[in-house]
Design a protein around this ligand. Structure first.
Ligand SMILES: Cc1cc2nc3c(=O)[nH]c(=O)nc-3n(C[C@H](O)[C@H](O)[C@H](O)COP(=O)(O)O)c2cc1C
Length: 175
């Protein structure tokens, strides 16, 4: 599978088989995150890999009861140990850097036959309490991981056309 095939095949998976994710596959997904680029190579990402069912249940509650968060055999809390470094462009580094690492992991998961779903709808304080995460650490995302329960053909995703999002040479410029 090449990169574009993985990009096209990836979709948010919200239904998982109960079977666990094999250790080498889990390691491969985490490795893809570890190798992501980051501003100044700060690598502020930290991952709490949750397999324990009771803890996943607490994360489901933190995620406003999204049931598949409790069903997925693995939930990765994608965190940042950060000094809140801001780049010259005015953007905060850590949410961007963690997002890149998460995206690497979602694509590697596809190659491994696994599914993921980025969870942004969660209460950070509850997730931190469930995982014993220190105050200074931020939780940017929860990522569910497991074998997709369904095997529907990949649907056509609702995405804006390139002409709606790309400007050429200047804002408003045409190709
Ligand atoms: C930052 C972010 C937060 C998201 N939060 C949630 C979430 O809390 N629950 C959920 O079911 N999906 C969540 N999603 C998944 C999006 O709904 C999904 O990516 C989008 O609808 C496009 O569908 P696709 O991933 O299948 O291409 C999130 C995605 C992103 C990138």
């Amino acid at each position: 599978m090449n990169v574009m095939e993985a990009i096209r095949a990836r979709r948010s998976v919200r239904s998982y088989e109960a079977r666990p994710v094999e250790e080498p596959k889990l390691a491969a997904v985490l490795e893809a995150g570890r190798l992501a680029p980051s501003a100044k190579n700060l690598q502020e990402w930290r991952f709490v890999v949750v397999r324990d069912a009771a803890t996943r249940g607490k994360l489901m509650a933190a995620a406003k009861g999204q049931s598949f968060v409790g069903e997925a055999p693995v939930v990765i809390a994608c965190c940042a140990e950060t000094d809140n470094h801001v780049m010259s462009c005015g953007q905060l580094c850590y949410p961007i850097d963690v997002a890149i690492a998460v995206d690497h992991m979602t694509l590697k998961a596809v190659e491994e036959g696994l599914g993921t779903c980025w969870i942004g709808a969660f209460y950070e304080d509850q997730a931190k309490a469930a995982l014993g995460i220190p105050e200074k650490i931020r939780v940017v995302a929860l990522l569910t991981l497991g074998y997709p329960k369904y095997s529907e053909p990949a649907r056509t995703k609702g995405r804006l056309a390139l002409d709606e999002i790309a400007h050429w040479d200047k804002w408003g410029g045409k190709r």
